[in-house]
Unconditional design. Structure first.
Length: 67
């Protein structure tokens, strides 16, 4: 199911940010190796669970884990 795929990608997003720290969305997608919109959905999932922090850095949106 699609929900399972999003959950799996959300886990990859969390682990990648936990190991590598804050990064841009495009760098995160490259690090995970995902090309479709499932990464965007997984970020939304984690954001809804209040697990992510977002900030703008020179017109680039950065995402990281909340401390």
């Amino acid at each position: 199911m699609l929900t399972d795929k999003i959950g799996t990608i959300a886990g990859k997003v969390w682990r990648t940010l936990n190991h590598q720290g804050e990064m841009s969305i495009s760098a995160l997608k490259k690090a995970i190796g995902a090309k479709d919109s499932s990464v965007d959905w997984a970020i939304g999932w984690l954001a809804r669970e209040d697990k992510l922090a977002f900030r703008m850095d020179k017109n680039v949106l950065k995402v990281g884990l909340k401390k």
